[in-house]
Design a protein around this ligand. Sequence first.
Ligand code: FAD
Ligand code: SF4
Length: 329
Amino acid sequence: MRTFSYARPGDPATAVAAVADSLEACFLGGGTNLVDLMRLGAARPAALVDITHLGLDDVEETPDGGLRIGATVRNSDLAAHAVVRARYPVLARALLSGASGQLRNMATTAGNLLQRTRCVYFQQIDLPCNKRDPGSGCPARDGEHRDLAVVGHSPSCIATHPGDLAVALAALDAQVQIVGPDGPRALHVLDLYRLPGDRPQQDTVLQHGELITAVVLPPPAANARSTYRKVRDRASFAFAVLSVAAVLEVREDVVVDVRVAWGGLAAKPWRARSAEAALRGHRPGIDALQAAFETELAEAEPLPDNAFKVPLARRLAVHTLLELAGEQS
Ligand SMILES: Cc1cc2nc3c(=O)[nH]c(=O)nc-3n(C[C@H](O)[C@H](O)[C@H](O)COP(=O)(O)OP(=O)(O)OC[C@H]3O[C@@H](n4cnc5c(N)ncnc54)[C@H](O)[C@@H]3O)c2cc1C
Ligand code: SF4
């Protein structure tokens, strides 16, 4: 592991300045992803700026009935929070489906959103990988791509975002609050991520030195139901092969609101926007659901070993919404 310096500032402005001052500096949350990558040589920062003492570890209700989650709130604390469990079950379930109890005790909200892909080539520094070493090539296309993207990928990279939290936040229309050298800004969680295009090394639109300070959830509709389902190779302690986060509001047997995001399909959570539009105002019956998600996934471009993800994504979405609709009837 490369030698690095370590600083533990006490306020966000000092942390931002410390990272912005050096291109080789980066923020350290729980360290469960970053330190792993440093050990493997896939990340080589010269300076770590620990952000776990900035006072960003509160979960607070907002005046409009939503929730503001500090960037360094631990995944286990967030999953156990009474308001999250009662009003945002999709979020609690997504968090509890991730990693292990020990990891969730360390992992932070922002760190989870910014963890890097689990593509096996990314972690092996003796092999080419455009994301780790731009211009070196992408061996995954002709190699191990069973867990990788089927939509939104490019010739440069077919990696997926591996996390569960971002998928739930995408279905909840969460906003990410950021502070950087040029001041504060806020983004819809989906706009935080970028598709690979010809710059796969850049996972997000964050500029160097920008710090995520919080995630803000809008208030849930009184009648809405939500859940998270994850398909994985083991019952626990495994990343998603595919996952779905769904929020559904049905009134008098008609869909008033529906929001669906898949994990494991792309470099970002994938919102099923056209299926959502097709379902609003209609009965949530199996035929309508199947047709909506079939159309949604018609543009998918799977590779030989991950083509199974397309029908799996459709079935997972259909059955998850049927389950939610059943709970509401
Ligand atoms: C064996 C194993 C299994 C796992 N399984 C799952 C799983 O099933 N589902 C899942 O979702 N995750 C899983 N994980 C990943 C784990 O959840 C992440 O490692 C963790 O969430 C990262 O959070 P952290 O606080 O430790 O981030 P760190 O490792 O500290 O940081 C990650 C990145 O985020 C940046 N960063 C951190 N905070 C900020 C901030 N506030 N602003 C700007 N940049 C910031 C860091 O600079 C770094 O680049 C697994 C990990 C392991 C090791
Ligand atoms: S898919 Fe992306 S992360 Fe994986 S080898 Fe190709 S460029 Fe690297």
